[in-house]
Design a protein around this ligand. Structure first.
Ligand code: F6R
Length: 602
């Protein structure tokens, strides 16, 4: 959802900011732009499309500035063209602004600005900011104090979310910043400082960071950082040391981050279990929260929601606790029945997903206990939650979630285990079994087995996935992953639902991929297979039950483990199927069209 980066120091700023934008490109790649302050003159360069276009454009330009801001865009307001690309400016080139977020009242602000004879050149919400800054500072001598006051007055007028970085023509060594609901992190260097939407853009320069809080504004220069709260009181900030290593955000020998991250799935399962054990995290959840809760509510989006479905199923089936599950974009609007006895669980890889965060705020306002399962330490969700369970997947760069999905399922399995322990219920797995699964995943690669299947589906208009029980949730994730990076229409259905309508879609050679991993559901799932087979479908089966291979056209054998844990085993081939299909079709699996990671707008 847009990445912003900035540098001020004693080095050439442009290459540093362009490099930082490369690490942030997963947040959006509709356009990119950079602004530098070259001795009191603001120069802006922008390009439509991926960052590579901007890089080739500015490659040979000798711009000797040591202060720059940059942006990589996921379009929300206005087409993804060059005009709408950030940075945005006022007409006098006094200010250049990059923004991540949405200014919800931009129409009202535009009307106000138009009354002051200000003309707009773009369709973006962001453009109001440089014009508002212009009005606040018009005919005044620009000083640091004046700018902080002006920025304070501007952000007071904004409804919505923002992480802002601003260059000021008359203050060549300053980057002004502001944050509300979108992430913004300062990186501390020696005679240089940085800002970025995400630590991955800072790692190659520094381990020392400051996470800006909502409603804070401030500035960085090469040797100074000042942050103010919403009442313009200077804030004492604390420095967070990063433990991430730069290699964790590099491709190494892989062609794509998605390929690397699928491979890292087994490690992320292992590390998540070990970290939870080391910290005794689950023992630290107040017992009363689990024992006295009237209901559990799981809220998340996309892949994280699919992980939540598996937990709901096992919590209800084995722990006998009622669980409600909603996608975050719907939950808020249904006036949910939440009170101080509700345990609300929010799953988010990034910890920054706007819909999920909005739900958490709602549940907090109803005094529910809010538990976050997230991959990003320091993310907004971790600061709002009453309790955090961290997945240890490491930074996930590819837009399609893979290693974070298995880490989320792992953390949920461990959480369910804790609930079962307190409720004196038994499960079919323990933590040792999960570690075993992580080893099995590391040992097996499905490239060869999937080769012919990839060729079969690559030119299909539609592919269907079916499953029952837990397998249906795996089918949902398989369909999401394949559609998102192959652009093939994919749909997942509960196997038993086919005959209630969807069977009408099955004709000669329709590809239906069946997930069958639950021993008690073999017969019923086979019924669905017979139904689709007799309508001429090409049936693919992902299963550990070799005896079932004879009923289908294509069989992918899965390793076997405890039934509840089978979604972890099935995760790798479904993710690899999506990855290899995208590659076969010539798509960029890391940056699927129209999407971005970290959906920080509602
Ligand atoms: C799909 C995918 C998305 C995310 C969703 C939630 O591959 O990655 O569906 O799962 O946008 O993101 P987080 O987990 O960051 O809240």
């Amino acid at each position: 959802m847009c990445g912003i980066a900035g540098y001020v120091g004693n080095k050439l700023s442009m290459p540093i900011v362009l490099n930082a934008l490369s690490s942030l490109e997963y947040r959006g790649y509709d356009s990119a732009g950079i602004a530098v302050n070259e001795f009191g003159k603001i120069i802006i360069e922008k390009s439509e499309g991926k960052l590579g276009n901007l890089k080739s454009k500015v490659n040979n330009k000798l711009i000797s500035s040591s202060c720059a801001i940059g942006h990589t865009r996921w379009a929300t307001h206005g087409e993804p063209n060059k005009t709408n690309a950030h940075p945005h400016k006022d007409f006098g080139y006094n200010f250049a602004v990059v923004h991540n977020g949405i200014i919800e009242n931009y129409n009202a602000l535009k009307r106000k600005l138009k009354k002051e004879n200000i003309k707009f050149y773009s369709d973006t919400d962001t453009e109001v900011i440089p014009h508002l800054l212009y009005l606040e500072t018009k005919n005044k001598k620009i000083t640091t104090n004046l700018m902080i006051n002006a920025l304070h007055n501007v952000v007071k007028q904004i409804k919505g979310s923002y992480a802002l970085a601003i260059l000021v023509k008359d203050l060549p060594d300053y980057i002004f910043i502001a944050k509300k609901q979108s992430p913004l992190i300062i990186g501390l260097g020696k005679n240089e400082n940085f800002i970025a939407s995400d630590v991955s853009a800072l790692l190659s320069h520094t381990n020392n960071t400051i996470y800006l809080n909502d409603d804070e504004i401030g500035f960085i220069t090469p040797n100074e950082i000042k942050i103010f709260n919403a009442h313009l009181k200077e804030v004492k900030f604390s420095v967070t040391k990063l433990t991430l290593q730069p290699e964790q955000v590099m491709l190494g020998n892989y062609k794509h981050f998605m390929e690397k991250e699928i491979d890292e799935g087994s490690k992320s399962i292992y590390e998540t279990v070990k970290e939870l054990q080391r910290n005794r995290t689950l023992h630290k959840i107040p017992v009363s929260v689990i024992k006295n809760c009237s209901s559990i509510h799981i809220t998340a989006c996309g892949t994280a929601l699919n992980a939540g479905m598996i937990a709901k199923y096992i919590l209800e089936r084995d722990c006998r606790v009622p669980v409600f599950l909603d996608c975050a974009s719907e939950f808020r609007y249904k006036n949910p029945i939440i009170n101080e006895n509700s345990l609300c669980i929010f799953i988010s890889q990034s910890g920054e997903t706007a819909d999920t965060l909005a739900c958490m705020e709602l549940c907090k306002s109803k005094n529910a206990f809010c538990l976050a399962i997230t991959n990003v330490v320091g993310s907004r969700i971790t600061r709002l939650a009453d309790f955090c369970i961290f997945t240890v997947a490491g930074p996930e760069i590819a837009v399609a979630s893979t290693k974070a999905y298995v880490a989320q399922i792992t953390a949920l399995f461990c959480f369910v285990k804790a609930v079962a322990r307190l409720n004196k219920k038994t499960l079919d797995y323990n933590e040792k079994d999960i570690i075993e699964v992580s080893k099995m995943l590391a040992e097996h690669d499905y490239k060869k087995e999937l080769n012919d299947l990839v060729k079969k589906i690559k030119n299909k208009e539609s592919v269907y996935f079916i499953g029952r029980g837990i397998d249906y949730f795996v089918a949902l994730e398989a369909a999401l992953k394949l559609k998102e990076i192959s652009y093939i229409h994919c749909e997942a259905m509960a196997a038993g639902e086919l005959k209630h309508g969807s069977l009408a879609l099955i004709t000669n050679n329709t590809v239906v991929i069946v997930i069958l991993t639950q021993p008690d559901l073999i017969d019923k799932t086979l019924n669905a297979i017979y139904e689709i087979k007799s309508r001429g479908a090409f049936v693919v089966l992902f299963s550990q039950f070799k005896d079932c291979a004879k009923y289908v056209d294509y069989f992918v054998e899965l390793k076997n483990t405890k039934a509840s844990l089978m979604p972890l085993i099935a995760s790798k081939p479904i993710q690899q199927l999506a990855y290899f299909t995208a590659i076969e079709k010539g798509n960029d699996p890391d940056k699927p069209r129209n999407l971005a990671k970290s959906v920080t707008v509602e």
